[in-house]
Design a protein around this ligand. Sequence first.
Ligand SMILES: C=C(O[C@@H]1C=C(C(=O)O)C=C[C@H]1O)C(=O)O
Length: 90
Amino acid sequence: MSEVRTGVDAIDRELVRLLATRSAYMEAAARIKPDRGAVRDEWRKQDVLSKVRAAAKENGVPLSIVDTTWEALVEASIAYEFTVWDKTRN
Ligand SMILES: C=C(O[C@@H]1C=C(C(=O)O)C=C[C@H]1O)C(=O)O
């Protein structure tokens, strides 16, 4: 069991590194979007979710994990983007 947990901990560190890069893209998006109303783009959100679902199916990842994780990730990313957008404009 300890080997399993060591493996999980290593994956989590890797995921957090990737999230740092993803968050930097959110900061870039906040800088690029001229209007606050453009921060939440529902079409793009659905596009992201459907691409991730397809990738999950290709890789045999349970959709129950992917759907809930990416719904939360994109919503948290939008909230972060709003924070950055407001901070850089006011
Ligand atoms: C980064 C964007 O902004 C938001 C964040 C998204 C994400 O976390 O993938 C998707 C849609 C947007 O509402 C974008 O529009 O691409």
